[in-house]
Design a binder for this molecule. Sequence first.
Ligand code: COA
Ligand code: AMP
Length: 631
Amino acid sequence: MGAFEDVRSASMTDREEFWLAAAKALDWYRPPERALDEDDPPFYRWFPGGELNVAYNALDRHVAGGRGGQAALIHDSPVTGTRRTYTYAELTDEVARFAGVLRGLGVGKGDRVVVYLPMVPEAVVAMLACARLGAVHSVVFGGFAAHELAVRIDDATPKVVVSASCGIEGGRILEYKPLLDRALGLSAHRPAACVILQRPQVRAAMGPADVDWAEAMAAAVPTLPVPVRSSDPLYVLYTSGTTGKPKGVVRDSGGYATALAWSMTGVYDVGPGQAIFTASDVGWVVGHSYIVYGPLLTGATTVLYEGKPVGTPDAGQFWRVCAEHGVRSLFTAPTAFRALRKEDPHGEYARRYALSGLKYLFLAGERLDPETYHWAADLLGIPVIDHWWQTETGWPIVGNPVGVELLPVKPGSPAKPMPGWDIQVIDADGAPVRPGEDGAIVARLPLPPGALLTLWNDDDRFVRSYLSAFDGCYLTGDAGHIDSDGYVFVMGRTDDVINVAGHRLSTGAMEEVLATHPDVAECAVIGVADPLKGQVPRGFVVLKAGVDGDDEGYRRQLRDELVGLVRDRIGAVASLKQVTVVAALPKTRSGKILRKTMRGIADGLDEPVPATIEDAGVLESLRAVLRGQAR
Ligand code: COA
Ligand code: AMP
């Protein structure tokens, strides 16, 4: 057996011993005596009896251990032309003081704080300050519109919202405060206060319940970390489900911190004093786990990059950051590499920088197409590691554990299940399929530490969405196969979730928005393949009887209105640009829209006509539309 097989097999056969040993990477106020609490399946809890503070583990203990002068966080912001390094001692101090600000506003253990911030150090400070108090943060990605923010505010019912005057998107300044004010106008819940970071680019107009970040920090009293139970929630992170109501993934404290600590060495091969650059956003799970918590729990240096892979100002910025900050592991989404390749096909920018310190490139968030894999591998001459995971799982399900052993890479596969993940591919009846055969990818319960505990305020939806389809299994929502060497191939989602530029979005949510237009009788949104973003949404609408859809001018205006509606309700990040008026949508005889068939046709597959179809002619017209033969 290889080194990794030994590790994996220990995690499965000696689960208690394996994870209790992994938990020793942390400092506990009360060390756990047991790894897994199985008393209330399917609600498993990791490290019952254990007590810790995640922010203490991410900060104070490194200062106490002599790393106070080492860089903890480097904010590198080509869009503002600034760079700032926080040592562990400085970051600990900032976090302790901001925890004092939050406490002064009434935030205590278990209270929620919504964080709606761009990629600024204050986002990390706010998250860790919550963790210090045992409060639960919920970070909302800046690309979401006011309505989406309002939905999250109503679900999380935060005591405080932390935001900023603006973010910088490429070359544009985006004012956040008007969005926040609009969201608060839409939400039923009222936070007690909003803390606003005034950035030099724009000053936000402040209201009576608004608190200025800088003023509050100047008067703040630093606060000590509060011990919490291992199973107490660290954060809620909303992610797209199949409807307009996002799912609030609840993450625990001890299990998550343990899994991240293991993965930093086992998966990313980054240790104390080494630098990792995760080019994502703190609003996504990748940002939570590998910009903020993972690197800091390990005592590494994390780079917080405010910019894009291209255009801010050029395709050389990732390489500059890697060279300047001595980055060992770079982690981003395949889309970013497709953008780099488009802009700089021969990798000339990369050759301008000294990249000898860069040991690995990690890619996740969407399927890594073999073409992008080969381009990156040829350009950099280092291992390019695909790994598969989800907001729900918090850390990789399947990957190539380079910190233990570099497994041979098979382009198209993220390699093998990580410790604790019992991954199987099953057919529609729940029976395991043969190697190489496609089916639904599931994980047998219990899930390893780090995976979601439940959905915020909704145990029923947690069970319904993930655990009820196949007994004893977590349904990942992805389909694929496992080959005879045990390599997992993840081919795509089986539900209404799409991945656009590595951003997870719900086509169901977009349909709900399109359906609100007074002229729309029914609609469908599907993900179609896109050479840059992997997938982009495409909408189809059927008009109400009596609406004259023949006029080209009307159609153009309708398209603009529908695109505008989605942008306004969900956000620019939805990237819905194309909406087509069709005479009818393909349906089964029982009236279900054949979205899967539509997706297949859009992807150019030779999709068979389902036996249950109501009217095969409708499908043929759609085929023609998608092939560009009709309007
Ligand atoms: N705040 C506000 N708006 C945002 C935003 C944010 N944080 N992030 C994206 N948007 C906006 C963009 O400005 C764009 O608006 P536009 O339609 O007015 O131009 C829209 O949302 C779509 O954004 P995106 O899909 O990111 O497209 P893009 O053309 O701006 O950039 C890439 C394309 C490939 C450069 C970019 O998608 C990228 O860097 N992807 C990397 C993926 C990644 O980091 N994923 C995270 C998971 S690991
Ligand atoms: P998110 O919750 O935003 O991380 O999105 C999770 C989804 O992204 C998964 O369910 C997959 O559909 C997709 N995904 C993430 N990483 C990969 C990968 N390496 N290969 C294929 N799909 C991936």
